[in-house]
Write a protein that binds this ligand. Structure first.
Ligand code: ADP
Ligand code: MG
Length: 644
């Protein structure tokens, strides 16, 4: 026997076992969904075969009428779901059924709380698919053969869901997959034509493939029984029907199938476009971000159909990457059926469909923001970070996307991003010309940044940006509504006509008086800074760091540094000191050279720390501060407590 054909018993990935246990407990109250999941897989398998057969017709093996068959056997206590789709090779069975091939699995398991109610929600979000069989079955047998492989390359997989499965190579004449569920005792309610048909209608009516069940009729007189195939589902494309005929439940079930989601969507966009290009879109925004949202190769996206025939899955040509959270279908009336991925790359019609669809999605979001504020808040909390990529990715729609952005600001210091740029502009002060923002690594650091002192004092609103993507946003969104976006940590503070002449003059005067001090500090700091100057942006802190006006933002620089990128270096910050602060006054009076140096270095380190920056030598900083405390008289070395 070769390794290819021998029967082997393998252990599930640890996570699979855990997932099975959790799933059986949490989904038991909704156990009938196993059928929906298995039908959904059969339908996906048919789609895959159709797609591969576009370039290799032989894969159909003269069996191109794709269907899903459901049977049950009362005596054997089994339900069988069969399809003649793509099927699987031995390796594919091990990979797809024995492991969880989903990215984000680790994150998922980390997010489990042990609290049943919460975890049930989570498991729905993760999507359990094939494993839902084990809710009703204590043994599952799967046989399959990949289309195009020889009959001798069939595979039989079997497991009772207790941590192991067996796999062996078998003969299988038909391509496709058959799943047999050996029902647990007490689950015989499913051994009923009526019950099964109802479940199919409830969850899978929208599947475009015929789902058939045997219909047994007995002719009493002739004593003959005939078995016919009866199509149980509507088997029409849901999106092609008129909106008024589609129920909310039908939309939801369709969504769950295309999105592989267990929860209802947040909202949908169903449109028929007529004119030069004719196409229908039925798109959904999920209620929750999937675990693989950050994976730009995320696989369950938008499906392309041509005249109701499935063509392909989530080609990146269909929607730009920042809309990768959208799920659903686009069905074109004009594209050729034999379109390939290569053709898609340079197709004017596809380009038109894509830009039309993007516009539809943006206007749906605008509508949501305007009319269903609560839903928009949910949307933003789940997908806000991805939408921000749009400002960078989609130059043509930048203005529109910018209006959809939501921020935290100093207006309410609330970490929930709820303020639009239009809100901000509407509140701008008389004489304010720019939109001010600040970026840092986390919300506490932006909110408490010393750079904001003058803005708070003057009641000027500042956008608080604390997400990684914000650094890029800042460099791409340079203007909104004719107003420049200005980082408050960059360049000389320029408050335009909001500036108080008196304050300015005072600062200038202070500059003159403190000039020798500033130069001394600069000498001590040496390579750390490019300049030391007086500021009037601080009211309570002694010092802060700013970036040169044509250099990168300090926090952007840190970000690049931490991601190991070489940004050319040389962009040293400027230390700005507050002439009104007692520490600065003390520094001016300090005559001891060593102490002066300690003060100056500490001032710099403090400024760096308060921005969320990292010190090169934290221990040295601590030592300096402690030395300074001790030297403050009442902490002198003679005051050590003695214990003898
Ligand atoms: P999902 O459908 O979300 O990928 P499932 O757990 O339902 O997750 O299925 C896991 C994988 O197993 C599928 O992605 C597919 O590769 C494979 N699979 C399951 N059922 C079938 C089938 N009937 N035909 C072919 N492949 C299948
Ligand atoms: Mg599935």
């Amino acid at each position: 026997m070769t390794t290819e054909t021998h029967k082997e018993t393998l252990g599930f990935q640890t996570e699979v076992k855990q997932l099975l246990d959790l799933m059986i407990h949490s989904l038991y109250s909704n156990k009938e969904i196993f059928l929906r999941e298995l039908i959904s897989n059969g339908s996906d398998a048919a789609d895959k075969l159709r797609f591969e057969a576009l370039s290799d017709e032989a894969l159909y093996e003269n069996d191109a009428e794709l269907k899903i068959w459901i049977n049950f056997d009362k005596d054997a206590n089994t339900i069988t779901i069969r399809d003649n789709g793509i099927g699987m090779s031995r390796e594919e069975v091990i990979e797809n059924i024995g492991t969880i091939a989903k990215s984000g699995t680790k994150e998922f398991f980390k997010s489990l709380t042990g609290d049943k109610a919460k975890d049930t929600q989570l498991i729905g979000q993760f999507g359990v698919g094939f494993y839902s069989s084990f809710i009703v079955a204590d043994k599952v047998t799967l046989t399959t053969r990949r289309a195009g492989l020889e009959a001798s390359h069939g595979v039989k997989w079997e497991s009772n869901g207790d941590g192991e499965y067996s796999i062996e190579t078998i003969e299988r004449s038909q391509h496709g997959t058959e799943v047999t569920l050996h029902l647990r005792s007490g689950e015989d309610e499913f051994l009923s034509e009526y019950r099964l048909q109802n479940i199919v209608k409830k969850y899978s009516d929208h599947i475009t493939l015929p789902i058939v069940m045997p219909k047994v009729t007995t002719d009493e007189e002739k004593d003959e029984t005939t078995i016919e195939e009866e199509v149980v589902n509507a088997a029409t494309a849901l999106w092609a029907r008129s909106k008024s005929e589609i129920t909310e439940e039908e939309y939801t079930e369709f969504y769950k199938h295309v999105a592989h989601d267990f929860e209802a969507p947040l909202t949908r966009i169903h449109n028929k476009v007529e004119g030069k290009h004719e196409y229908t879109t039925l798109l959904f925004i999920p209620a929750r971000a999937p675990f693989d949202l950050w994976d730009r190769n995320n696989r369950h996206g938008v499906k392309l159909y041509v005249r109701r025939i499935f063509i392909m899955d989530d080609d990146e040509k269909l929607l730009p990457p920042y809309l990768r959270f959208i799920r659903g279908v686009i069905d074109s009336n004009d594209l050729p059926l034999n379109i390939s991925r290569e053709i898609l790359q340079h197709n004017k019609q596809i380009d038109a469909i894509r830009s039309g669809t993007v516009k539809k999605i943006l206007s749906a979001l605008e509508g949501l923001a305007k009319n269903e504020a609560e839903k928009y808040t949910t949307f933003w909390s789940q997908f806000g970070k991805v939408m921000k990529e749009g400002v960078i990715d989609d130059a043509g729609n930048k203005e529109r996307i910018a209006k959809l952005l939501r921020f935290s600001t100093t207006y309410d210091d609330n970490p929930t991003q709820a303020i639009s740029l239009e809100d901000y502009v509407g509140r701008m002060q008389e004489g304010q010309e720019q939109i001010y923002y600040i970026t840092a690594e986390n919300f506490a650091a932006v909110k408490n940044s010393p750079h904001l002192e003058i803005f708070r004092k003057k009641n000027i609103e500042v956008l608080l940006l604390a997400e990684q993507i914000d650094e890029w946003l800042g460099s791409h969104l340079t203007e909104f509504d004719g107003k420049k976006l200005q980082s408050v940590t960059k360049g000389e503070l320029d408050l335009g006509s909001l500036e108080n002449e008196e304050e300015k003059q005072q600062a200038e005067k202070a500059s003159d008086v403190l000039k020798p001090l500033l130069e001394k500090v600069k000498t001590v700091l040496g390579e750390k800074v490019s300049d030391v100057r007086v500021t009037y942006r601080l009211t309570s802190s002694p010092a802060c760091l700013v970036a040169d006006s044509n250099a990168m933002d300090a926090s952007l620089e840190r970000l690049l540094k931490s991601s190991g990128q070489n940004f050319g270096g040389g962009n040293k910050p400027i230390l700005e000191v507050n002439p009104q602060h007692p520490i600065v006054a003390a520094l001016k009076e300090e005559e001891d050279e060593n102490r002066f140096n300690d003060w100056a270095l500490t001032l710099f380190d403090q400024a760096l720390l308060s921005e969320g920056g990292q010190l090169d030598d934290p221990a040295m900083f601590v030592k300096r501060v402690n030395d300074m405390f001790v030297s403050m008289g009442n902490l002198s070395s003679s005051r050590i407590i003695t214990f003898d």
